[in-house]
Design a protein around this ligand. Structure first.
Ligand code: KG4
Ligand code: ZN
Length: 347
């Protein structure tokens, strides 16, 4: 069975993981994630600090992942590394290190698209979270709705026109004075909130939408964020109102995600919905998705938080898929801040 090392440094997590297996039978031998807490001080990720932090932690993080998996470099068949999209300086640390290791050991290196990694993450935990399925990726940087007919065949149905879902959570958290990253804090507030006091419209959802409508599968969260800002400004007691505002915001955002995902599952006749990305940690989202999916007999798979947020196991898993198909990146593998997900088929 091939053993593969995954490396992820696209944003503010330095992560390494070893997987062993083949096809959809894959065992996670180790997963190490080092989160860079320093960015909390600045209320957002500072790219230059992220690159430097990856430089100091990449060697111990990879060593630890090998130790935990009880393998050494000579046991590895390949190294997979996130090569796009992300912060360019941060990506370069992982890509350069992966290439050096691969060159030194004479094994292949495989560049992996970060969002393709997120699509594979849930399969590490749930055997049935495999294609065909409707995929919803919701993170701090991306919001993507995809129809996944098979691994490597991705029909991109919709994306965000402005802010990503996680970014909207983080911005709303900031204007309520909550720490960064704010998603889970907003979710905690919303749980205490009254759903009837602040009703915001679900973005990009019209009652008579048809699949021919250009916005049928699209998302947009910046108008919702502005509506929240206006509600906060209009409040004479933000401390009193913030749970209710958080609830109204979250209901509208989740309403939009659930509606569009169910539209896609219906149109393509999928009975599996796979969630990924940091916002998939939101249990209110997962429950709402399950409730609506049950009406059409579809199952919803969400990864546990360690696999939902950025991690190297998902990169190793996507890398293993490509490795088994003979894909190899050369030592000229480069990092790219943005790049379309590979394997896109026409929508
Ligand atoms: O996938 P991820 O770790 O990093 C990116 O690739 O962006 O996602 C991080 C995002 C942040 O915006 C964070 O606020 C959000 O995921 N997040 C949540 C929750 N937990 C994390 N958003 C809503 N509810 C949560 N419970
Ligand atoms: Zn991510």
């Amino acid at each position: 069975m091939p053993k593969i090392l995954g490396i992820e440094t696209s944003c503010d997590e330095t992560s390494a993981s070893v997987l062993e297996g083949s096809g959809d039978e894959v065992e996670m031998k180790s997963l190490v994630i080092l989160s860079q807490d320093i960015h909390k001080v600045f209320g957002g990720v500072v790219p230059e600090i992220a690159s430097r932090a990856h430089l100091t932690s990449i060697v111990p993080v990879v060593s630890r992942a090998l130790e935990d998996a009880k393998v050494d470099l000579d046991d590895l068949d390949a190294i997979a590394v996130t090569s796009a999209p992300g912060l360019i300086g941060a990506l370069l640390v992982g890509v350069s290190y992966a290439k050096s290791l691969a060159f030194a050991r004479g094994i292949p290196v495989i560049g992996v698209h970060h969002m393709e990694g997120h699509l594979f993450a849930t399969a590490l935990e749930h055997r049935d979270a495999v294609p065909p399925f409707t995929g919803l990726l919701v993170s701090g940087g991306h919001t993507m709705l995809l129809d996944v007919e098979a691994w490597g065949h991705y029909r991109l149905l919709g994306a965000t026109r402005d802010d990503a879902a996680g970014e909207a959570f983080d911005k709303v958290a900031k204007l309520m004075g909550l720490p960064y990253p704010g998603g889970r804090h907003v979710e905690a507030l919303a749980r205490e909130g009254d759903p009837s006091r602040f009703r915001f419209t679900r973005p990009m959802v019209k009652r008579n939408d048809t699949p021919n409508d250009p916005d049928y599968y699209q998302f947009s969260f910046s108008g919702l964020k502005t509506a929240v800002l206006n509600a906060v400004r209009a409040s004479d007691d933000v401390e009193r109102d913030k749970t209710d505002i958080a609830r109204g915001f979250q209901d509208a955002l989740i309403g939009s995600l659930v509606e569009k995902t169910l539209r896609a599952a219906n149109e393509f006749g999928r009975d599996r919905i796979v969630l990924g990305g940091g916002v998939a940690c939101n249990t209110t989202l997962v429950e709402a998705m399950r409730e609506r999916a049950s009406e059409i007999g579809a199952q919803v798979f969400a990864p546990k938080p360690r696999l939902a947020t950025d991690n190297a196991a998902m990169i190793a898993r996507a890398g293993l898929f490509h490795f088994e198909r003979g894909v190899r990146s050369g030592l000229d593998l480069n990092a790219f801040a943005s790049q379309p997900i590979p394997g896109l088929v026409a929508a």
